[in-house]
Structures are given as structure tokens and as C-alpha cells.
Design a protein around this ligand. Structure first.
Ligand code: F6P
Length: 331
């Protein structure tokens, strides 16, 4: 599907920029490297914007070349840094950003991040005609239109390793554990690691968490037996702490709580994340050259997908229900 193409009479591109924004995700560096290498091969100059939208406004721009992007593809975090930028939410902030893009002669932009990043990119395209494509970079995997986001595979492997360790101690002591994983709006991380780690219960925002069902599950496992409950941070219960408290208040059952938190965002990207990041980086540059704008460059069923940015947040990507059923079946 081709959407959001710019007018054919637009001048040819000479210089593009790439930036990372919102929560960092493992694989962002491999992505930046792929954008830089592809752009150079296509005869384009590449600028890295440092610090996400805040850096775009402040004018923190830096030339990227082979040397600058060498030895970064296996590193976690983002060498371009990132931010959550309040100023960019206002039209005046965006106008300042566009002024800087013009000043630095930027003809096209690759914006790697999650839904906040895509909202910003959409406004740049819509309000100011900036030629911009988004690439999905978030551990949450919650963007519609792409099967996976850059960083998700690493995050679930990191979380699974941590939960395996928690299972060891939970098993030794015969304890009930509530383990909270990230995922602000969606339970992708929770369901995948829940199945991978044999959780006794998985609480996610997509389904109602029934305290009575949870209690029955804990009792079926047996008090003083290892029981691991995975809680997605966006669950309506309010998170692992609150759920543990409710079980204690209602049934007098004590437990331990472990919140995995930001460790899920760090570390070297997995091979899958590096390959996805590389493929989408190359595709993003070619999409810009091909005239695409205001679209996400994702991957769907093995093919590159061009998805209007608005659709990535207007349509809800849901966790596969079969995974929740599978987790219940295998308890
Ligand atoms: O990047 C996504 C995410 O990790 C969410 O899972 C989490 O809710 C959020 O970012 C945390 O953001 P911050 O680091 O800004 O507190």
C-alpha cells in the first residue's frame, strides 16, 4: 500500500536527518547505523539529531558518517540520546523545530520511536509539510501496522531471564510472587513472558483481572508452592503492588512483589532486533527517496509495510488471545 506520497515536483533530496525519541529501545543504534549506511550509498548526507524532539528544537545536530556509526550496532540505549519533550506538544515548539530543520538544510527525516514520536512526526508533516517517516522503536510492541517493534524481542528475553531467576527463589521458598513487566497500554510483554516462563496467571490491560479467578488459581497451585503471577504495568489493577495488596486484603495471602522496570529497556539487542532495525532503517531511507511521508515503515508478514502514522495509534493492536488461553491451558 502506498500512502502519503509527496508531490512529484518536490526538489531531490540531498540531506536527511535521523533521530530517536521517547523511551529508548535496544536496536535503535543498529537502526541509526543502517540509516546512515543506506543514505551514504544513495548519495545523501546524514545528520543525527541529538536528544529527540528537544534536540530538534534546540539545534543539536551532528553529521553522521561511517566512523561515527561504527561499533554501535550491538550497543543498547541510543547513541543519539532521547527525550520526552513537553515543548514539542505546543505549535510554537514545533515551529521552532521546523526552523532548525530548514536552517540545517534537512530534506527528509527518519523518526524512530513509539506513538508519542509518531504523533509529533504526523504534526510536522501535516502542519509544516516536513517529509518524514516513522520507524517503530519501542519495547512495548504496541504500534498497529507492524508485527514487531524494534526493541521488543530484546525486552522479552531480558524479562524472561529475570523471571526465570525469580522462579528459582520462588520455588525454593514456596512463595507467591507478583512480577510487574513494562507495557503502558498493551500486554504484549506480559503475555509472551508469561507463556515463556510458565506463569500461573497473567494480568494485562486487554482483559479484566478477576480477583476471584486469580485467588482460585493461587489455591489450585497450592499455598506455599511456587506461584508466579505476571502483571503488565498497564493492567487495570494498577500494577503488581496493588494486585498483591488486594489478594492480601481479601484473602490474607502474603506475597513478594518484584517490579522489573527499566532494566527491560537496556542491554545489547538480540539478533532479531538488530535485523529488524537494519531492515527498517534501509527501507526508511528508500521510502523517503521514493516520496513517502507521514507514514510508518513497519514489517508485516515478512514484507515492508507503509502505514499512515495516524493509523498506528487510531487502530488498536491487541495481544493474541490464544496466548492467554495457552497460558491458562498449560498451568
Ligand atoms: O518505552 C515504553 C515504556 O518503557 C513503557 O513500557 C513505560 O511505561 C514507559 O516507557 C516508561 O517511560 P519513562 O522511562 O519515561 O518513565
Amino acid at each position: 500500500m502506498v500512502v502519503g506520497k509527496i508531490a512529484l515536483f518536490s526538489p531531490p533530496m540531498q540531506r536527511i536527518a535521523v533521530f530517536t525519541s521517547g523511551g529508548d529501545a535496544p536496536g535503535m543504534n543498529a537502526h541509526v547505523r543502517a540509516v546512515e549506511r543506506t543514505a551514504q550509498k544513495r548519495g545523501l548526507e546524514v545528520i543525527g539529531i541529538i536528544g529527540g524532539y528537544a534536540g530538534m528544537i534546540a539545534g543539536h545536530y551532528e553529521v553522521l558518517d561511517r566512523i561515527r556509526t561504527a561499533n554501535i550496532l550491538d550497543r543498547g540505549g541510543t547513541v543519539l540520546k532521547t527525550s520526552r519533550c513537553e515543548e514539542f506538544h505546543k505549535p510554537e515548539g514545533r515551529a521552532k523545530a521546523v526552523e532548525q530543520l530548514r536552517k540545517h538544510g534537512i530534506d527528509g527525516v527518519v523518526a524512530c520511536g513509539g506513538d508519542g514520536t509518531f504523533h509529533g512526526a504526523h504534526f510536522l508533516a501535516k502542519e509544516h509539510g516536513v517529509r518524514i517517516v516513522g520507524t517503530p522503536g519501542t519495547i512495548d510492541n504496541d504500534l498497529w501496522g507492524t508485527d514487531f517493534t524494534i526493541g521488543y524481542d530484546t525486552a522479552i528475553n531480558t524479562a524472561a531471564q529475570a523471571i526465570d531467576k525469580i522462579r528459582d527463589t520462588a520455588d525454593s521458598h514456596g512463595r507467591l510472587f507478583f512480577v510487574e513487566v513494562m507495557g503502558r497500554h498493551a500486554g504484549f510483554i506480559a503475555v509472551d513472558v508469561g507463556v515463556a516462563c510458565g506463569a500461573e496467571y497473567i494480568a494485562v490491560p486487554e482483559t479484566m483481572t478477576d480477583i476471584e479467578v486469580l485467588y482460585q488459581r493461587i489455591m489450585a497451585q497450592g499455598l506455599h508452592k511456587r506461584t508466579v503471577v505476571i502483571v503488565g504495568e498497564g493492567d487495570q489493577s494498577g500494577g503488581a503492588m496493588q494486585l498483591a495488596r488486594r489478594i492480601e486484603d481479601a484473602y490474607g495471602i502474603g506475597s513478594k512483589v518484584s517490579i522489573l522496570g527499566h532494566m527491560q529497556r537496556g542491554g545489547a539487542p538480540t539478533v532479531r532486533d538488530r535485523v529488524l532495525a537494519a531492515r527498517l532503517g534501509a527501507a526508511a531511507v528508500d521510502a523517503l527517496l521514493d516520496g513517502h511521508t507521514n507514514v510508518m515503515i513497519g514489517e508485516h508478514n515478512g514484507d515492508i509495510a507503509f502505514v499512515p502514522l495516524e493509523q498506528t495509534w487510531n487502530q488498536r493492536k491487541s495481544v493474541p488471545p490464544y496466548l492467554l488461553d495457552l497460558a491458562t491451558l498449560l498451568v
